[in-house]
Design a protein around this ligand. Structure first.
Ligand code: AMP
Length: 998
């Protein structure tokens, strides 16, 4: 216990010491108690003050001066100290300890008794012990707080008074103090004279010396500190202010360690090897950032490892970086003479955020004569070099021309990396086929009663070889029906007109890119009678016509013999927005109208291999036989229905080597299996389109039998999307969808119905070009694991198939459009399974009840509307593939139209959406955190959420990005996905005030 008390006392003393040392120093100029011998002060008169040896309350010897001449009148007793040197102090403090006798306690009759005494001082630069009252200046009259009595004396109780007075300003070297007694009974126990000083201080790495305060109580003495070793002022020299009380006040500025050093325990320590400190503002040495080193102590910066660089503007804590790798997934979208190039950021950005892209455009000269740089007429939007976005529009190219675009990624250090070979990706593009410009003038030639001769000039910009002209005409104000005739020349005679009637004529040109716009309308009138010239002309026309008729007869006969027909004269009535046929026999309609569009002869039609008696003949009609020696099988890339799918190079004589996919027919096949296997080649070989998988040929003359197709580096679309979840821009996804739609448009134009259009049957190449594949057994669907038997016996991939095709096998291009809508949904949800784990029966039922898939996460509204259109129950209401292509092209050209995303209520993940309203069903059940995470494909974090205390969706809605990081969701993409879903949940809660249904 005693110990404890002692230690507590010690502790108090310790803190008292600290606070004294910390705040101010007091320095004694005089302490009467510390003087061992006589004090030697001067008393005047001699019988006044006298020096007496005493003991204090602790019985320690003390010197006191006493006076007690209270019995005598007119006392004036002076006592002055020795000369006290000020030591430079301008203000000093005097602490007096004394006792004073209570006058009332004295025997009566001592009327002169005083209870005070006076204190004086006299400043002088020299010692002068002569006592001259007049020199002294009064400091104060000192009274006792407590005086003592006889009784106290008897009890030996010392009622000690302590009084402190200050003195200043002092300007001399020293001074004397004097005490004047006018008749009191006083014992001056101790006199201490001291001054205060701001003590030496080290603060913020700056030293401040001992400083004597100013003479005035309110005065502050400004002191500039000195930075200690290896430190330097930060912005301005450090300053402190010494107060009259000896305290340091108002610190301004500070010192910090020089670069290469760090502050530790109040000193600057050198940075260790591998560490650096560059900036005065940073406090500690930092580890060198990645790819940089500091090989010596005291580094102010780190130097980059080989092949890594830094530019001046890079902050010191930034890793050393290097040039980026080539851009990835570059795709091109040709629109007539414009090319939209798009790519993904390089795999390796070199560690920098300032990746930019440059485009080098070259025109491929005909006949392999090399490349020529694109001239200044080619426009790059927004620009050619220094692109920060991953796309560019190149416009004003020449039509029908091959171009090669070198796409280069650079960053801030590319210039510094001298030895670095720039990495490009090359995109070879052939411009289309810009449609020809309109014919500007149509002139009238001779005019008859029933005929008008027309002539016109080739369009200013034919953009290719003009294949033919189309002349549209109708009687004025009768424009509900018109006639179209064709001509290969720039003139023709239109016959069969009414006499004296005004006709409107328009002409347009066609190249392989399609039709240009019609010319403006030209009005010409037929004659009321036969003119001489026209009759002459007619006579010659009749002669020509007879000759032509004979020739035609021969041609027609030839066509009839070969089983084909040709027609170039089509009459149509225009009925409001659609076309309908008139003046034609039903057979003609079948030939010329397809999907509501005029289909001209010359567009090839798909021929069902079934129509061949000998399937081998069909194969060799459409597929080239390849000698197996030209093929090397390098590796297996997949498993097909009939055997392995491999890849390897194909080296055809005289052609450059290309990589191909090789489908093999496994040994031990039956003749039927061989036929079925080759079936696909017979179909594929008929197609020639950039979005249809290209058949290179077949190997049938040796074993194993093989089908050789172009190689698609990224394999099937569904797997590719799952692997690259969230990695593509919307424009890239729409670009893929556009490709698929374009391939499907071609197939539907060919009259081919795919029946098994699904992401698994789309292949993707290294440029993200999607191609429709899997034609093998599209009518039987035996090879598709998704295909299920319907009640009518056929096997159908239920989730992808239109209701009429499931119900009564009505497979048409319109049912392919339905499947295309499902593919859109698969693409936009990165390979999610349509209708998730619902059973096929439930899917059929739901679709029948008009429920549809909800919009995928982050899906642009425009695309979801298109999907919903594809899923119209009434098949004629579904869009046609050419309308889909047209819409997607529009969206690509106008990316802002893709900004608006599907309303959250469409994204109810395990719900189907009422088709009619396209609004979310509100009957969703409340989900668990796990189910919710599963629904946004983030199920892997379920455990972390629960471990982190987020066990209900209510709690989840309170989460911030910081909380996500804390539970362990570290990938930025995943954080974004989860936060977006949380925000939607919040909106949903606010809107519905209902439990969270997601
Ligand atoms: P299939 O028998 O056509 O369904 O092909 C089986 C698998 O082989 C596909 O899912 C693809 O992963 C792969 N495959 C087929 N054809 C190609 C190709 N042309 N290029 C790359 N991979 C292919």
């Amino acid at each position: 216990m005693t110990c404890l008390v002692a230690s507590v006392l010690l502790l108090i003393l310790f803190f008292m010491c600290i606070s004294v040392v910390q705040h101010f120093d007091t320095l004694n100029l005089l302490d009467s108690r510390s003087v061992m011998g006589d004090l030697g002060w001067v008393a005047y008169p001699k019988n006044g003050w006298e020096e007496i040896g005493e003991v204090d309350e602790d019985y320690a010897p003390i010197h006191t001066y006493q006076v007690c001449r209270v019995m005598e009148q007119n006392q004036n007793n002076w006592l002055h100290t020795n000369w006290i040197l000020t030591e430079g102090a301008q203000r000093v403090y005097i602490e007096l300890k004394f006792t004073l006798r209570d006058c009332n306690s004295l025997p009566g009759g001592v009327g002169t008794c005083k209870e005070t005494f006076n204190m004086y001082y006299y400043e002088t630069d020299e010692e002068d012990r002569a006592m001259k009252e007049s020199r002294y200046i009064k400091v104060d009259t000192i009274a006792a707080d407590e005086s003592f009595t006889e009784l106290d004396l008897g009890d030996r109780v010392m009622k000690l008074n302590t009084e402190v007075r200050d003195l200043g300003p002092l300007s001399r070297k020293g001074f004397y103090l004097a005490f004047q007694d006018l008749g009191a009974c006083i014992a001056l126990v101790s006199v201490r004279v001291f001054y205060k000083r701001c003590p030496f201080l080290v603060k913020s790495l700056a030293e401040f010396p001992d400083t004597i305060p100013g003479s005035e109580a309110s005065q502050l003495v400004e002191v500039v500190g000195h930075c200690i070793n290896n430190s330097m002022p930060l912005y301005e020299p450090p300053r402190m202010h010494c107060s009259a009380d000896g305290e340091w006040l108002v610190p301004i500025g500070k010192c910090v360690c020089k670069p290469g050093f760090e502050e530790m325990s109040g000193y600057c320590q050198v940075c260790k090897v591998g560490f650096y400190r560059s900036q005065l503002e940073s406090s500690a040495c930092s580890k060198c950032p990645p790819h940089s080193v500091a090989r010596q102590t005291g580094a102010t910066s780190c130097s980059c490892e080989d092949e890594y660089h830094k530019i001046d503007s890079d902050p010191p804590n930034m890793a050393c970086t290097r040039p980026p790798s080539a851009p990835r997934n570059a795709i091109s979208n040709v629109n007539e003479t414009s090319v939209f190039l798009e790519w993904s950021i390089p795999m390796e950005t070199g560690g920098r955020k300032d990746v930019r892209y440059n485009i080098l455009c070259s025109r491929v000269l005909p006949d392999g004569r090399g490349l020529e740089e694109c001239g200044p007429n080619v426009r790059f939007l927004p620009r050619r070099v220094g692109l920060s976005n991953t796309s560019v529009m190149v416009a004003d190219l020449q039509s029908h021309t091959n171009y090669s675009f070198l796409l280069e990624a650079v960053n801030g250090v590319s210039e510094m990396a001298k030895d670095y070979t720039k990495q490009y990706v090359t995109l070879n593009v052939t411009t289309n086929q810009a449609a020809p410009s309109p014919v500007s003038v149509v002139r009238k030639g001779y005019t008859g009663k029933s005929s008008i001769g027309l002539s016109w000039a080739e369009p200013d910009r034919p953009n290719g070889i003009i294949l033919e002209y189309e002349i549209k005409y109708f009687e004025k104000e009768q424009d509900s029906s018109y006639t179209i005739i064709k001509s290969k020349e720039t003139e023709m005679v239109v016959e069969g007109l009414k006499a004296s009637s005004v006709y409107i004529f328009q002409v347009r040109a066609r190249t392989s890119a399609g039709y240009g716009a019609f010319s403006r309308r030209f009005e010409f009138q037929t004659s009321p009678y036969l003119t001489a010239t026209s009759e002459r002309a007619q006579a010659s026309i009749i002669a020509v016509a007879i000759t032509l008729a004979l020739v035609l007869l021969a041609v027609v006969a030839g066509f009839l013999l070969s089983g084909r027909s040709c027609c170039n004269h089509i009459h149509v009535y225009l009925v409001r927005c659609g076309y309908s046929k008139a003046k034609q026999d039903p057979e003609e309609e079948k030939m010329h109208f397809h999907n509501g569009h005029i289909k001209f002869p010359g567009v090839r039609t798909y021929i069902d291999p079934l129509t061949y008696e000998d399937p081998n003949q069909a194969v060799h009609e459409f597929a080239q036989e390849i000698d197996v020696s030209f093929i090397s099988i390098e590796r297996i890339i997949g498993a097909g229905e009939f055997g392995e799918v491999c890849c390897g190079p194909l080296r055809l004589p005289g052609k450059r080597e290309i990589q191909v996919a090789i489908k093999t027919l496994k040994a031990g096949y039956t003749e039927q299996q061989r036929r079925d296997f080759l079936w696909e080649a017979s179909i594929m070989g008929q197609f020639n389109h950039p979005n249809i998988i290209r058949l290179e040929g077949v190997v049938t003359k040796s074993k194993p039998v093989m089908i050789i197709t172009e190689y698609m580096e990224n394999g099937s679309l569904d797997t590719f999307l799952k692997k690259n979840d969230g990695q593509f821009t919307v424009i890239q996804l729409v670009g893929m969808l556009r490709g698929i739609a374009s391939g499907m448009r071609y197939l539907s134009d060919m009259g081919y119905v795919h029946r098994d259009l699904a992401a698994r049957n789309i292949l993707v190449n290294s440029n993200l070009v999607c191609k429709v594949s899997d034609f093998g057994l599209s009518r039987v669907l035996e090879d598709d694991a998704e295909a299920a038997y319907t009640t009518r016996g056929g096997k159908i991939p239920i989730r992808w198939t239109a209701p009429e095709a499931i119900a009564y096998r009505k497979f048409t291009s319109a049912s392919d459009v339905w499947s295309y809508g499902i593919v859109m949904w698969e693409v936009m949800s990165y390979g999610e399974r349509p209708y998730w784990e619902m059973s096929n029966q439930d899917v059929i039922k739901a679709v029948e009840e008009n429920y549809r898939l909800p919009g995928p996460m982050d899906c642009p509204e425009a695309l979801y509307h298109l999907m919903m259109d594809c899923w119209q129950r009434e098949r004629t209401n579904r869009p046609k593939f050419d309308e889909i292509v047209c819409l997607l092209d529009k969206l690509i050209r106008n990316p802002s139209s893709l900004k608006k995303l599907v309303n959250s209520s469409h994204r109810v993940s395990n719900l189907l959406v009422e088709h009619a309203s396209a609004e979310g069903d509100c009957s969703a059940r409340t989900k668990s955190v796990g189910e919710w995470l599963d629904s946004i494909k983030m199920g892997r974090y379920t455990e972390l959420f629960v471990e982190g205390g987020y066990s209900s969706l209510e709690m989840v809605t309170q989460m911030t990005s910081e909380d996500l990081r804390r539970v362990g969701v570290n990938l930025a993409g995943h954080q974004k996905k989860i936060i977006t879903s949380i925000q939607e949940m919040r909106v949903h809660m606010n809107n519905t005030n209902s439990p969270i249904n997601i």
